[in-house]
Design a protein around this ligand. Structure first.
Ligand code: SAM
Length: 290
């Protein structure tokens, strides 16, 4: 990798950049899956962890009745990209910089609240956003949530953690030492952040009625190590990169791409994991509480 490329992957990871392209590998498939289950003729929609605004953009085109589309998102780089993408919708859309662990009160009742590929980032404090959604959902509203459920091992590792473990091993870290490295760096494995479906159901039922669930497998394949490095930096940013000293980070991101390709050669794909779409309604289906 050249010096320019070396600089680029680290900057990309810090800014979570390149998501429009990278999300084609996995996250984009959630979009229509979720929008197909929005109640008829919605007026107000809130997207939590709205990223670069792709779901809101599609929803605004698809539902002419939508007059209040609101995105809450923490990353300033992603909000800036979303503003550009959504400018053509004028005042039908509003984007708020926000931490979903301390979400601001909004003066609305939403016909739909969506949250795709975000909940694991709020672990172990998911209940704060669940209580917020319950407060902001209209009596017949729907909370449409997608969650990932990779297998996890005895160290709580699953999904991307395994690719990172292989990458660290190829840089000379003993496999057995990786969980300790995660703990020392205060990096919680994604396999631990993503609760099991049963665990999550118990949590969701404290706030909502589970109207239905749908499952699909998210299978990721890549045509090159560089492409996976790009996907990793755009999706996970420097979450794992900070386990490695700055001078070795470019090597780390390259090793992640190479590890992904090795796995694909062995298994036919880099990763495959169940994704669940939860269709949730207010806890009191009659809406009397609201
Ligand atoms: C994997 S992306 C998903 C983006 C989009 N929902 C999608 O499906 O393409 C996760 C998003 O959640 C945002 N996020 C993570 N933790 C957050 C928090 N505490 N508050 C607000 N946004 C957060 C990230 O910045 C990122 O845009």
């Amino acid at each position: 990798m050249t010096m320019t490329a070396a600089h680029d992957v680290q900057t990309q990871a810090r800014q979570l950049a390149g998501y429009a392209d990278a999300s084609r590998l996995r996250q984009e498939h959630d979009r229509d899956w979720v929008l197909d289950r929005i109640p008829d003729a919605p007026a107000a929609l809130v997207d939590l962890g709205s990223g670069i605004g792709q779901l809101l953009d599609t929803a605004l085109d698809r539902f002419p009745t939508l007059t209040r589309a609101v995105g809450l998102e923490r990353s300033p780089h992603r909000i800036a990209e979303a503003r550009q993408r959504l400018a053509r919708h004028g005042d039908r859309v509003a984007l708020h910089p926000a931490d979903l662990l301390r979400p601001p009160l909004l003066p609305l009742r939403a016909d739909a609240v969506t949250m795709t590929s975000v909940l694991h980032w709020l672990h172990p404090d998911e209940e704060r956003i669940l209580a917020w959604v319950a407060e902001h959902l209209a009596p017949r509203g729907r909370f449409l949530l997608t969650t990932y459920h990779p297998d996890r091992d005895e160290d709580g590792f699953g999904g991307e953690d395994e690719i990172v473990r292989d990458a660290l091993a190829s840089l000379g870290v003993r496999s057995a030492g990786v969980p300790g490295l995660f703990r020392a760096g205060a990096v919680l494995p994604i396999g631990t952040r993503t609760r099991t479906a049963d665990d999550l159901r118990r949590l969701l039922e404290r706030h909502f009625t589970v109207v239905g669930t749908h499952e699909r497998d998210a299978v990721v394949t890549v045509d090159s190590a560089e492409r996976y490095t790009h996907f990793h930096a755009a999706t996970f940013g420097d979450y794992y990169g900070r386990l490695v000293e700055p001078a070795r980070r470019t090597d780390f991101y390259r090793a992640v791409g190479e590890s992904a390709v090795r796995r694909q050669e062995q298994r036919g794909h880099v990763s495959s994991m169940p994704v669940r779409l939860w269709e949730l309604g207010p806890a009191d289906p009659s809406g009397r509480l609201l």
